[in-house]
Design a protein around this ligand. Structure first.
Ligand code: C2E
Ligand code: CA
Ligand code: CA
Length: 698
């Protein structure tokens, strides 16, 4: 007989969807079971990762069906094992049962199979956190511990069943401890920088060094940055540390130069969070001024992911830094997001590539010559120097050299070292390569050899390529996708992905279909550079997504023309891009971009001089315009203003251009007449866009 039938259960205590007990009655009943029997009990917290996405992909109904099946499975376990199962809502299940790790693993397998049988081959893997109930451990505490173990289990794809041990603290607790210690350490100035030399591979001579944070405790033990920097980033403490370290490096450089030595350029790490909290360009400018450091002695390393996430911001920053004479390096290339295609548009001085990704000894062949062909074409245009990091062995180094790599940074050459040790090293001028770090030297990126020799793992290759697919164009206007990689699959992100691979034109706007065909023709005409286009596809829910795809022509195969296509989903950027293009084309004027939706407008202010009339920053002006206080505070004649707005409404309805003059109150309290010209720039659905141009009337 099962426990749940032994204890009194009312209908209200049962969850309808899953047929399992709800949270509160579970805790009460579970306590009783554990107290009454002398078995070794455990509590399992079961969590289906990304379940909410499952709902989105396969529909709510399917999601509910799956939950009820899992409920059925757990109920069966409950009855067979004399245990107790419950459903806590969302995707959280628990099972109280005698501890037997083999049985638990078998159950895990069954849950997984259930999910897979519901159509999902990706992503939604169950995680099991198990806690053995000891002594008089309270049930809620046991559940907390099981949850902690479940989140550990989520970190490890291969081992999704994790048994709690006391070493496991909740990550928040751990982070809090590190932060508390860190803050004291920061005050006590226990954090300094080490330097790791960067070498020319052919001679081993030093061309520069990277500054790396080291927390040196009072007892001399060293905390590596991996243990605290991610936490500082998460909680917003990194900017203070970075600024202090950059300052220390510059201070040291100045001292070194003053002592009559030859300096080498130093790489400084800029974290993602720094970019949002510090005006990086002026900060480095001022820092270099403060210590009179030639700008080309500072190399600014920005990690790759930032380039992708904050494209517009970063382009501007990189330009500013480089125009000011600093070198900019893209760190961790290939670690996640960028594609070679994207690199060609990026104006960095060099990229850093982590050799940890290079499985040089791996033998793994046949990667699709056609794709390689296209990558070679792309890489030829890039011509960027590469610094390979993490080189640990002689054979790696020789191999990289044979490929034509010029710069390396790795334990095989030097480990990161205290500054005194570095001074001793470069004090010997023989060891310095005075040509330094030669950038933009059209270093040939011999990617074909790179790839043919298989030094990239599949996953890195995927990362570098980004979302790519092979297309076949046949029978005049039909287009199929014949191959694709994982990233492509993830980017397209539709539940009926596989049904969409043939005749992709079915999911396109006819106009875009024409563009696509035209683009194919261009790519055939220009085999070297290929061709690109912006095209839109309907998602399953009818919403359009915009892709920028760069195609390369590969040749004829099986009755179709084959193309390699590098796709970027730019749906979110597309909006922004329109606006920025617009802004750029009017950049000498005082203008405001107005989006008018449902009788409400949103203004984007991009002009300083207009805001200046009112003594505001563009951001402040924008805020005032959007919350209505502008009209209240800055308009001299409220009545005239209201009637102007009435007129505005009428013109907007007809998408007309119009203008008028209004009196405003400037920052000195004086009345300024301003001519407002509204230029219609387009509309989509119920979203009308105007450009508002303003001129002072003298
Ligand atoms: P990173 O910027 O990619 O730095 C290179 C890392 O690779 C360093 O780790 C370096 O010690 C390590 N490394 C160099 N050669 C080898 C090798 O041959 N084999 C292996 N296995 N590793 C090698 P480290 O110093 O532990 O720093 C880790 C990360 O922490 C850095 O990665 C960087 O992202 C961050 N970091 C370090 N210092 C700072 C800093 O001052 N500010 C910021 N914002 N981040 C920092
Ligand atoms: Ca770095
Ligand atoms: Ca790196």
């Amino acid at each position: 007989m099962s426990n749940s039938s032994k204890i009194d259960v009312t209908v209200k205590q049962i969850d309808k969807k899953t047929g399992l007990l709800k949270e509160k009655p579970f805790f009460t009943a579970a306590r009783k079971i554990v107290k009454d029997t002398s078995k070794k009990w455990c509590l399992i917290s079961i969590d289906i990762e990304h379940f909410r996405m499952f709902d989105e992909w396969y529909g709510r109904e399917n999601g509910d069906l799956l939950l009820s099946k899992i409920g059925g499975l757990l109920k069966d376990r409950q009855d067979k094992l004399n245990g107790l199962a419950a459903y806590f809502g969302q995707d959280d299940f628990v099972l109280l049962c005698p501890f037997d790790i083999d049985k638990i693993k078998r159950l895990h397998k069954q849950v997984r199979e259930l999910i897979v049988s519901h159509g999902s081959s990706v992503g939604f893997s169950p995680a099991f956190g198990v806690v053995i109930i000891e002594g008089d451990m309270r049930m809620v505490d046991a559940y907390d511990k099981a949850s902690i173990a479940a989140s550990e289990a989520k970190k490890d794809i291969r081992n999704r069943v994790c048994v709690y041990d006391t070493q496991m603290k909740s990550s928040a607790e751990h982070e809090y401890n590190v932060l508390r210690q860190y803050i004291r350490a920061f005050k006590n100035d226990e954090i300094t920088f080490y330097l790791q030399p960067q070498c020319r591979i052919s001679t081993g001579n030093i061309v520069g060094a990277e500054s790396l944070a080291r927390w040196i405790r009072k007892d001399g033990s060293i905390v590596p940055p991996g243990e605290f920097i991610p936490i500082l980033e998460k909680y917003g403490f990194i900017a203070d540390l970075d600024q202090r370290l950059w300052d220390k490096v510059c201070f040291w450089l100045r001292k070194w130069i003053d002592a009559g030595h030859t300096p080498v350029p130093i790489s400084l790490n800029v974290s993602r969070a720094d970019i949002f909290t510090i005006d990086i360009a002026s900060h480095f400018h001022n820092l270099a001024e403060k210590y009179q450091i030639p700008h080309n002695l500072l190399k600014i390393e920005i990690t790759e992911s930032v380039y992708v996430e904050t494209k517009i911001l970063i382009d501007e920053l990189v330009n500013k830094l480089r125009n000011d004479g600093f070198l900019v390096l893209m760190d961790d290339f290939g670690s996640g997001y960028s594609s070679l295609n994207m690199l060609s548009n990026l104006k960095v001085d060099a990229i850093k590539l982590d050799a940890n990704f290079l499985h040089i000894e791996d033998a793994d062949h046949d990667k699709g010559i056609h794709i390689l062909e296209s990558v070679v074409n792309m890489a030829k245009q890039i011509a960027l120097p590469i610094v390979v990091e993490g080189v640990e062995t002689k054979s790696q180094s020789e191999f990289l050299e044979s490929l034509g790599c010029r710069y390396v940074q790795g334990f095989y050459f030097y480990r990161p070292m205290p500054v005194e040790q570095f001074e001793a090293l470069i004090g010997d001028e023989e060891k310095i390569d005075k040509r330094g770090f030669v950038v933009k030297l059209n270093e040939e990126f011999r990617i074909r050899e790179f790839l043919d020799r298989n030094i990239y793992s599949d996953s890195m290759l995927n990362n570098i390529l980004g979302p790519v697919a092979l297309y076949s164009w046949h029978d005049g206007d039909q287009v199929d996708i014949v191959r694709f990689n994982q990233q492509f699959y993830e980017t397209v992100d539709v539940p009926d992905f596989h049904e969409r691979l043939s005749n992709i034109e079915r999911f396109m706007i006819p106009k875009d279909h024409e563009l696509l065909i035209k683009c194919f023709q261009e790519a055939m005409d220009n085999r070297l550079n290929g061709a690109s286009c912006y095209v839109r596809f309907y998602k399953t829910n009818g919403i359009l997504t915009t892709y920028h795809i760069h195609f390369y022509y590969l040749g004829k195969k099986e009755g179709g023309e084959r193309f390699y296509g590098d796709a970027n989903n730019i749906t979110e950027l597309a909006d922004l891009k329109d606006e920025l293009n617009l802004i750029a084309s009017y950049s000498n004027e005082n203008f405001i971009l107005i989006k008018y939706v449902d009788d409400k407008w949103t203004c984007s202010v991009a002009s300083h001089s207009l805001a200046d009339i009112f003594g505001l920053s563009p951001q402040e002006l924008e805020k005032e315009m959007n919350n209505g206080s502008f009209i209240k505070n800055r308009m001299a004649d409220q009545k005239a203003c209201s009637s102007f707005i009435e007129k505005f409404r009428k013109h907007v309805k007809d998408n007309e251009n119009f203008d008028g003059v209004l009196e405003t109150i400037d920052k000195f309290g004086k009345i300024q007449k301003v001519k407002l010209s509204f230029l219609y720039v387009g509309s989509e659905a119920n979203n009308v866009r105007y450009l508002l141009k303003t001129d002072l009337v003298k």
